[in-house]
Design a protein. Structure first.
Length: 134
């Protein structure tokens, strides 16, 4: 692809993995089949189910947009923003539903993996901008 011709394999891979993760999480459990777990997580702060469901829909759209941004952006700080978002989402789960951390393929494993990929992307963009930078 023309967009990615000057990017390293690591950066292109990181972009696609992160974009896929955000877009999938926005589409499948929020828009296509609004998973009850999504509603339960949000109802810790929004007690009205209809309002929680409406917000989940908008969150789904936001996650899709954010995934597209991660795929095409040329700025490194967006990947640090991703790290911050993932840490905040993980913190929310730890506080409100820590039992989720015991499940296979749980939020801790997913978020730590995506944070690592985000840091790789951040580093690769920084190297592309300034070959002497780490």
């Amino acid at each position: 692809m023309k967009w990615f011709k000057d990017n390293s394999f690591a950066l292109v891979t990181a972009r696609f993995v992160l974009a896929f993760s955000w877009i999938y999480q926005g589409v499948v459990p929020k828009l296509v089949c609004m998973h009850p777990g999504e509603v339960a997580l949000l109802q810790h702060v929004i007690k009205v189910e209809e309002l929680a469901c409406s917000l989940i829909t908008w969150m789904g759209y936001g996650e899709i947009v954010f995934g597209i941004v991660l795929l095409i952006t040329g700025v490194a700080w967006v990947f640090l923003l991703n790290v911050l978002a993932l840490l905040m989402l993980l913190g929310y789960v730890v506080v409100f539903q820590p039992d989720l951390l015991t499940l296979p393929f749980n939020p801790l494993i997913l978020n730590v993996s995506l944070i690592g990929i985000s840091l790789i992307a951040y580093n690769e963009i920084r190297k592309n901008k300034d070959p002497g930078a780490l």
